[in-house]
Design a protein around this ligand. Structure first.
Ligand code: ADP
Ligand code: MG
Length: 393
C-alpha cells in the first residue's frame, strides 16, 4: 500500500462500512465472498449491496475475483478439491479502513500524518489525537508469505493470502499491544500503548531514532550495559524479545533506549528459549563491535536469569476472551492446519525449482514463515484486551 488515502474515510457511509464488515465476516470461512452472502450478512437489499460492492472495488477497498477450479493442499486456504465461487475479498486498504474507522470513531485518532517507517511486517505512520499530540500508528502486515505448492502453484497463487493475513495481522497486533502494556506496567522503557483495533496499534511516538542510525554515543559502555540489562530483566519477567537488534531499539533524544516491536516475543519456558536469548545478546555484541568497535568480556547468559514473574502467563490469563480463541480454533480446524505436518513439509521442501523461483513472491525467510505458523498454532499465546470483541465491529 502506498500513501494512506484517509480522505476516503470521510466519504464512506455507514452502509459502506456495513458491507465492508460483511465481507470481513464472510472471509472467516470463504476465500471469496459471493455478493449474495455479503447481502445476507449485511442484512441489506441485494441491489443496494451490489452497487456498494462495485463502488468499493473502484476505490480498491475490495477486489472481485473469479473463483478458480483447482485442487490443492495449502494450509492457508480452505480449498481441497473445491470449486471456488466468484466473489469479493478485502484488500489491505479495505482492512485498514475498517480499523481506522473504529479508531477515529473512538477518538483515538483525529488526524493523519506521514508514513515514517516500513518495517519487515508493518507500515508505520504518524497520527494525532484531538489534542494534536503526535502518536505512532503501526499497521501490522503479516501473511504476505505463502507456501509453495508445485502442482497447484499457478492456480492458488492468486488466492493464497486471503484468509490468513487477516488473522495473522490481527493476532500480531493484539499480542504486541498486550505485551507492551504488560512491559510498561513493569517499568520497562517501551512506548505507551494507547489503543488497538484489528491489525492496528496506536502507541506513543518515540522522539529519537533507531539505534541503527546512530554513529556516535556519549558513553558506549553505558548503553551496552543498559541494553544487556534490559535483556536480562525481560528474561527475569519470563520473556525474550526475540528480535532485539539495532532496528528495534530506539534511542531517545536524551540518549536512553526504548524497545519496540514485540509480536514475536517468546516465553523463557519455550523449548528454544536459550537459543533465542543468546541470539538477542549476540545481536547487541555484534552491533557494538561493528559500529563502535566496542567489545566486552561481560555479557549475560541464560543461566544468569533469576525469574521474578511471568509476563507471558499473566498476559495469557488476563485478557483472554473465549470468543477469539474459539474463532481461531475453528479457523485452524476448517483449514486443516496441523503445524507439525506443515513444518515437516517446509523442512523437506524439494528443490526442483531454481532458488529464485522457489521463493518468488513467497517467503522472505523460512524462519519467519515458521514463526508465523507457530503464531497460529500456539493460539494459547494469543492475547486479547478485554472488550476486544465488542470493539472489533
Ligand atoms: P516491524 O515489525 O515491521 O519491524 P517496528 O515496530 O520495528 O516494525 O517499526 C518499524 C520502524 O518504525 C522502527 O524501526 C522505527 O523506526 C519506527 N517506529 C516504530 N515504532 C515507533 C514509535 N513508537 N515511535 C517512533 N518510531 C517508531
Ligand atoms: Mg522491527
Amino acid at each position: 500500500m502506498g500513501k494512506l488515502d484517509v480522505k476516503i474515510l470521510r466519504y464512506l457511509t455507514p452502509e459502506d462500512f456495513r458491507v465492508l464488515t460483511a465481507i470481513e465476516m464472510g472471509m472467516k470461512n470463504h476465500e471469496l465472498v459471493p455478493a449474495l452472502l455479503a447481502t445476507q450478512i449485511a442484512n441489506l437489499r441485494y441491489g443496494g449491496v451490489h452497487k456498494l460492492l462495485k463502488e468499493m472495488c473502484k476505490h480498491k477497498l475490495l477486489s472481485y475475483e473469479r473463483g478458480k477450479r483447482y485442487s490443492i493442499k495449502n494450509i492457508f486456504t480452505t480449498c481441497y478439491n473445491k470449486f471456488l465461487d466468484d466473489g469479493y475479498r478485502l484488500t489491505n486498504a479495505g482492512y485498514d479502513y475498517l480499523a481506522l474507522k473504529v479508531l477515529t470513531h473512538r477518538g483515538t485518532i483525529h488526524s493523519f500524518g506521514n508514513q515514517i517507517g516500513v518495517g519487515k511486517e508493518s507500515n508505520i505512520y504518524i497520527v494525532a489525537n484531538e489534542e494534536e499530540t503526535p502518536l505512532c500508528l503501526k499497521l501490522h502486515r503479516l501473511g504476505r508469505t505463502c507456501f509453495r505448492n508445485i502442482k497447484g502453484k499457478r492456480d492458488y497463487h492468486q488466492h493464497r493470502h486471503s484468509v490468513s493475513w487477516l488473522y495473522l495481522s490481527r493476532i500480531s497486533a493484539t499480542r504486541e499491544f498486550a505485551y507492551m502494556k504488560a512491559l510498561l506496567d513493569r517499568g520497562f522503557p517501551v512506548p505507551k500503548p494507547i489503543d488497538f483495533n484489528r491489525h492496528c496499534v496506536v502507541m506513543e511516538l518515540v522522539e529519537g531514532g533507531p539505534l541503527c542510525n546512530i554513529n556516535e554515543v556519549d558513553n558506549v559502555e553505558t548503553l551496552y550495559d543498559e541494553l544487556m540489562d534490559l535483556i536480562v530483566r525481560l528474561a527475569n519477567h519470563g520473556v525474550i524479545h526475540g528480535d532485539f537488534n539495532e532496528f528495534n531499539i530506539m534511542i531517545k533524544d536524551d540518549g536512553k533506549p526504548v524497545i519496540i516491536d514485540f509480536p514475536q516475543m517468546v516465553s523463557t519456558e519455550h523449548e528454544n528459549a536459550e537459543a533465542y536469548f543468546e541470539r538477542d545478546v549476540n545481536c547487541i555484541r555484534d552491533f557494538f563491535k561493528r559500529r563502535f568497535g566496542y567489545e566486552s568480556e561481560l555479557y549475560p547468559t541464560f543461566q544468569d536469569i533469576s525469574r521474578e514473574d511471568s509476563i507471558d502467563t499473566e498476559v495469557k490469563a488476563s485478557g483472554f476472551t473465549r470468543q477469539i480463541e474459539k474463532e481461531i480454533d475453528a479457523f485452524l480446524t476448517e483449514n486443516g492446519i496441523d503445524y507439525k505436518e506443515e513444518k515437516d513439509n517446509i523442512d523437506n521442501e524439494d528443490s526442483e525449482d531454481s532458488e529464485e523461483e522457489k521463493y518468488e513472491n513467497c517467503v522472505d525467510n523460512i524462519e519467519d514463515l515458521k514463526y508465523q505458523l507457530k503464531g497460529l498454532q500456539l493460539q494459547n499465546e494469543i492475547v486479547v484486551k478485554e472488550g476486544f470483541d465488542a470493539s472489533t465491529r
